[in-house]
Structure formats: C-alpha cells, structure tokens
Design a binder for this molecule. Structure first.
Ligand SMILES: NC(=O)c1ccc[n+]([C@@H]2O[C@H](COP(=O)([O-])OP(=O)(O)OC[C@H]3O[C@@H](n4cnc5c(N)ncnc54)[C@H](OP(=O)(O)O)[C@@H]3O)[C@@H](O)[C@H]2O)c1
Length: 279
C-alpha cells in the first residue's frame, strides 16, 4: 500500500494513476475528498499536512509514502516537517519518496532542504527526487495563450531543463516499488535546455498556432507571481533564480534515464501531451 500526498496535483495525480495501473494499493490524500477525481479503485482519504496527526488513521499497512510538501515558507516547514516525519516513523517507517528540488543542494535553508533533513532525521528510508523545473509551470501561461496567443513574462532567454511531471511520477513509482533506491538522491531534468521563449514557440507548434513572446520586467510580474505562489519571498527567489539561467543554463542530468532505462521526455513531447490545456 502506497500513501500518495499531493494526489490531486500535477505529479501526485500521475503517481496515483501509475500505481493503480500497476496493481498496487493506493491511498490518495487530499483535503477535499469529495472534489478529488481519481481513478476507480483508489482509496481517497482526508488529511491536511498542516495537522500532522490527521495522517495517523491512514497509515495502517502503508509501505511507501509519496510526499509532496505544500508549504513554501521555511518557518512553517521547520515546525511542521519534523512532526510529519515523526508520525510516519511511529507508523512503521515507510519508505518516503519526496519531491524536493534541485536547488535544495545549494540552499540548505530552503523549505525543500528542511523537509529532506526532517525525513532523514526521523530515520525513515528515503529517496529524494529533485526536479530542476517541472514542465507544468508552463500551464501558468495557458490563459494568456488561449485568450491572446501571447505570453508576457520576464527572462525569455532563460534556459531551463524542464522535466515532464509524468517522468517524475515514473521515477517515484520505481523508487517506491522496487529495491535499490534507499538513500538515493535523483536530480530530475528533461534531456535538454530550452529557453522560455522557445518553450512558448514549441507550445505554439503543438497547437498549430503562432504564439508571441512579449518580454516584461521582473517588477511587472512580481505582484502576480507573489499572489500565485502565496509568498512574496518565494516569488523573489524564483525571479532571481530565473535571471541566472540566461547566463548559466539549468543543468541537464541523466537520472531519469538511469532509473527508467529510457530517456526523459522533451519539452516538445510535453507540449504535445498538453495540447488540450492550451487550445
Ligand atoms: N514547479 C517547479 O518547477 C518545481 C521545481 C522543483 C520542485 N517543485 C516541487 O514539486 C512539488 C509538486 O508539485 P505539483 O506541481 O505536483 O504540485 P501541485 O499541482 O501544486 O499540487 C499541490 C498538492 O498539494 C496538496 N496540498 C495543498 N495543501 C495541502 C495541505 N495543507 N495538506 C495536504 N495536501 C495539501 C493539494 O491537494 P488538495 O488541494 O487536494 O488537498 C495538491 O494535490 C511541489 O512541492 C514543489 O515544491 C516544483
């Protein structure tokens, strides 16, 4: 039995689908079970990571936990993550596959690094999945693309190695259902870097429409980004990190291929998989 947190999100939904299709027991966590649209046969349970004890009733027979951490604030995370890890340790120490971030390496005070440490400190078996950027970020452009065929955003020349959310899910399922992934950290990226402006061009090709990139400043985007991310500090961090990717492209790794035995999917493949989101 695998407990999947973030089960209604971009990555978690794919983890649920993959586990269910492979015949594993899946218990999907959401704060709103009545709204969750998940595959038949999946057990859907209510819990909130803001209240770690709410996980307790759902941990019987759980062998693995897919962990998505929803809080971006380091102070909140420093308080809650050790308590969540403790609840898991008390329930028999299931193997945790945590969706961290590549930047956890360079920023030990980031919420991602704090969750990693809490999981390790509790003595849980773990696999850290550290994506560079998740291609689903481009869904944030979908409304502008559908309405006007234009993306107004800063740093069009920032080169990112976005990874397909389903590749992260496939690695997570492998880590949770096969041996050899304990204490392994995988940095998950796509197979190449693509600038943000080129991502928009590739989305245009997938939907058969000429799309336009319109460069705006970081200051123009900041208020909207802070609202979307729920944190001005986190939005600032994101903007600063994108700015660096103009001179220094995001790293490309082969960890997806190493774990799955096939290459990571390209951004063009991701766009083709998401045509309906942009039309
Ligand atoms: N986007 C990137 O480029 C990037 C890069 C590196 C790392 N990451 C990390 O990747 C992770 C996964 O991203 P994603 O796109 O799959 O996430 P997502 O689509 O935003 O989904 C978030 C999930 O968190 C759940 N959630 C929210 N608040 C919760 C709470 N208080 N208790 C329990 N569950 C809660 C939501 O479930 P309900 O609403 O159903 O409860 C939802 O399923 C994130 O943690 C992010 O930090 C992202």
């Amino acid at each position: 039995m695998i407990l999947v947190t973030g089960a209604t999100g971009n990555v978690g939904r794919r983890v649920v689908e993959r586990l269910a299709a492979a015949g594993h027991g899946v218990r999907a966590v959401t704060r709103h079970p009545s709204r969750a649209k998940l595959p038949a046969g999946v057990e859907v349970v209510a819990a909130d990571l803001a209240d770690p004890a709410s996980l307790r009733p759902h941990l019987a027979d759980v062998d693995g936990v897919f962990l998505v951490w929803p809080f971006v604030d380091p102070a909140t995370t420093a308080e809650l993550a050790p308590r969540v890890a403790e609840v898991l340790a008390e329930a028999g120490s299931p193997h945790v596959a945590y969706v961290s971030a590549a930047s956890a390496e360079a920023d030990p005070q980031s919420f991602w690094a704090l969750v990693e440490r809490a999981v390790d400190d509790a003595g849980l078996p773990w696999t850290m999945l550290r994506p560079t950027g998740i291609a689903t970020n481009a869904l944030g452009w979908a409304a502008q693309i559908r309405a006007e065929g234009v993306v107004r955003w800063p740093y069009g020349a920032a080169a990112r190695s976005m990874v397909h959310e389903d590749d992260i899910a496939a690695v997570a399922v492998e880590a949770l259902t096969s041996d050899g992934h304990d204490k392994r950290t995988y940095v998950l990226s796509g197979p190449e870097t693509v600038t943000q402006a080129d991502q928009v061009r590739l989305i245009g090709e997938s939907i058969g429409r000429d799309l336009r990139w319109e460069e705006i400043t970081a200051d123009e985007l900041r208020p909207m980004l802070a609202a979307a991310m729920g944190s001005p500090a986190f939005a600032d961090l994101a903007l600063r990190s994108w700015a660096t990717l103009i001179e220094t492209p995001e790293p490309v790794t082969d960890d997806v291929a190493v774990v799955l035995g096939r290459p990571a999917r390209t951004f063009a493949q991701w766009a083709a998989d998401h045509v309906s989101d942009f039309r």
